[in-house]
Ligand binder design. Structure first.
Ligand code: PAF
Length: 277
């Protein structure tokens, strides 16, 4: 496995490479990322994993400085997973001049996570399109845990005619149901115990929708109240149409229950897709 830090060297290395698979990450890798690598390996001959904590997608009061940077441990995991190239550029390599041109994502980027993280998805879409231009992958794999991110990246690829196949990886969970995330490492032991409640609450949302006794808004607000009483600060609990991410309507069959909430200083997100058909 090669670790490459500059765009020039990466381009040289990839120049004659066919069938490239890309997994973009911010490092601090866990089994969820390795699952994405394995999916990429099924479809491509050369696997590139980028590790870059992208300042453009963090708000001023967010955890950019504290975000765990664990390059050595990450590289060991990626080598064991059979990755060919780790691309780990510095901030000045990715942003040699201020990024005054950015991707303006669709309006849905202002909802859900975008409502409490203004500009976040513009930052994500901009860095992902830069990484796509740098690596020129045939296939790129993104996790479904970041459901809204995956939706916006699919829009980026289709609306800008990028010749890249986007593959979605299932959310990998801890035994108690907590979705794996680099941010889980921020949780203290008591918070870690409580953290499983987010996925459980979303399961309750799914069950309630299937029972059809309560309206979507009632289910969302009751679940928000339930988590709030247990000490969570809830950003949203929302039932959406899987294909459009718009608020679900009663005739939609493919739905997704999404949630984002904070436990102490840790913001967790999760979602469950379900079908009423
Ligand atoms: O999902 C992430 O880790 C990041 O948002 C991504 C896609 C690597 C862009 O920085």
């Amino acid at each position: 496995m090669q670790i490459i830090y500059t765009i020039a060297e990466l381009r040289l290395r990839l120049a004659s490479q066919k069938n490239i698979g890309l997994v973009t990450t911010m490092g601090n890798l866990h089994a969820g990322h390795i699952h994405l690598v394995n999916l990429a390996k099924q479809q491509s001959d050369c696997i590139v994993v980028s590790i870059f904590v992208n300042p453009l997608q963090f708000g001023v009061n967010e955890d950019l400085a504290a975000y765990p940077r664990t390059l050595d441990a990450d590289c060991k995991k990626l080598e064991a997973a059979g990755v060919d190239i780790v691309f780990a550029p510095s901030e000045s390599e990715v942003y040699p001049t201020p990024q005054t041109m950015t991707i303006l994502p669709p309006a849905i980027a202002e909802e859900l996570c975008g409502a409490s993280r203004p500009g976040h998805f513009a930052g994500v879409a901009t860095v992902v399109s830069k990484l796509f231009n740098i690596v020129r992958p045939d296939v790129a794999v993104f996790g479904k845990k970041d459901f809204q991110q995956l939706f916006i990246i699919r829009q980026l690829v289709s609306q800008f005619n990028l010749p890249i196949e986007i593959v979605a990886g299932e959310t990998i969970r801890e035994e108690d149901g907590l979705a794996m995330s680099s941010r889980n490492g921020y949780l203290n032991p008591a918070e870690r115990l409580e953290a499983q409640r987010l996925s459980r609450a979303l399961k309750l949302v799914v069950d309630a929708v299937k029972k059809k006794k309560l309206g979507f808004t009632e289910i969302e607000s009751q679940t928000t109240q339930y988590l709030t009483q247990l000490g969570w600060i809830v950003d949203y609990i929302s039932i959406r149409n899987q294909d459009t991410l718009l608020p679900a309507s009663t005739d939609n069959q493919k739905l997704v229950a999404l949630g984002a909430a904070r436990l102490g200083r840790t913001r967790l997100i999760d979602n469950i897709e379900f079908d009423l058909g």
